[in-house]
Design a protein around this ligand. Structure first.
Ligand code: SAM
Length: 349
């Protein structure tokens, strides 16, 4: 029997598995995804058929149990995005803040398994929280476990994702080498919203419906992958009032383009914003309904959002539509995570 020589990955706070998908595309083997959200794990399992999932609250996890039942062959890499908002103003962690338990759970997993590497993903402002002290505390905590740490704030559109989304990424390597972040690949030639979604129809289609045209860009050709059709493309039916107001906003415009009587109809700066067809999209959220299609008078469908997050068309989301939007909006774009994975393979040798 040929032994599988890929590096084995444990994904904690895995969600639907955007981070895992990119790593898998880079050549890693995703052994297990852990999350406390069953819907997201159902999607994870559907799209990572060789991986296991475990639904559990990570603040109460027993890694001995995980090791014995799921990771008998060991693990090489741990990845995940624990919430880190529980740090107090003094720069010390407040142990009574339940959110700290999640960050602590990530540290515990690294302590327990001592992987060759870990990748921790987080909100972009983690780097600047409390003048950088939070990042320093986290860095020294992992350094004391023997890891060389590098961290950076990355912009996803610099790596070929048709979306401007910033993420903070920290990578620890157990040997003495420091991780080299992947070089940017897209400068003037960023993938635009139009290049990403212009081939998807204005109206809903049944799951698996055939494409209406050939791919209209290289990105579309790539992202259709092996998909047999279009999935998760159900439009949101807005009220007549919403449809008529957004119809007054041009491609790339926002509430400032509306007549005065409509300007304050939504109480947020980003209200009534249309994507700009000639630029990467704004950050895909978890379904807040503030950003509209650059051409149609509706918010993007789950599939359009997934395209802008760089999920391939054969990655199918399960659960209610609300849940699907949340899974997509939470994810690390797979194209970014593939770049990180390839860089990690270089570093691991
Ligand atoms: C930012 S999302 C992860 C996205 C994922 N890395 C991806 O690329 O698709 C964070 C995840 O943490 C999970 N989570 C939050 N609190 C948790 C807890 N106490 N135990 C387990 N999972 C938790 C959420 O359900 C969510 O799926």
């Amino acid at each position: 029997m040929v032994k599988n020589l890929s590096y084995k990955v444990l994904d904690i706070f895995s969600g639907c598995g955007g981070l895992s998908l990119g790593l898998e595309q880079a050549g890693f083997e995703i052994v297990l995804g852990i999350d406390n959200w069953q819907d997201a794990l159902n999607t994870f399992k559907k799209n990572h058929i060789n991986s296991e999932t475990y639904c559990h609250d990570l603040s109460k996890i027993d890694y001995n149990h995980i090791e014995k039942n799921y990771l008998k062959d060991g693990i090489d890499v741990i990845v995940g995005g624990p919430p880190c908002q529980g740090f107090s103003i003094s720069g010390k962690r407040d142990p009574s803040d339940p959110r700290n338990k999640l960050y602590t759970s990530f540290v515990k997993s690294v302590k327990h398994f001592k992987p060759k590497a870990f990748v921790m993903e987080n909100v972009p402002n983690l780097a600047s929280m409390q003048q950088g002290r939070i990042k320093d505390i986290i860095t020294s905590e992992f350094e004391s476990l023997g890891y060389s740490i590098k961290s950076e704030r990355l912009l996803t559109s610099d790596y070929g994702v048709p979306q401007n989304r910033k993420r903070f990424i920290m990578v620890g390597l157990l040997n003495d080498t420091e991780f080299s972040f992947p070089a940017k690949t897209h400068f003037e030639n960023k993938i635009t919203t139009e290049q990403a979604i212009s081939d998807l129809p204005e109206n809903s289609v049944v799951c698996g419906a055939g494409y209406l045209s050939k791919p209209l860009s290289n990105y579309q050709k790539h992202i259709r992958g092996k998909s047999k059709g279009i999935f998760n493309h159900v439009i949101t039916n807005h009220t007549e009032k919403t449809t008529s107001i957004i119809s007054l906003v041009p491609d790339g415009g926002n509430y400032k383009d509306l007549p005065n009587k409509y300007k304050n109809t939504r109480n947020v700066n980003i209200a009534w914003t249309r994507f700009n067809s000639k630029k990467p999209s704004l950050t895909i959220d978890t379904g807040h309904r503030h950003h509209f299609h650059y051409k149609y008078n509706r918010v993007p469908t789950v599939r359009e959002s997934a395209r802008l997050q760089s999920f391939p068309d054969d990655f199918i989301f399960l659960g209610s539509k609300t849940s699907q939007y949340k899974q997509v909006g939470n994810a690390v774009p797979p194209i970014l995570s593939k770049s990180l994975g390839l860089a990690l393979l270089n570093n691991l040798g």
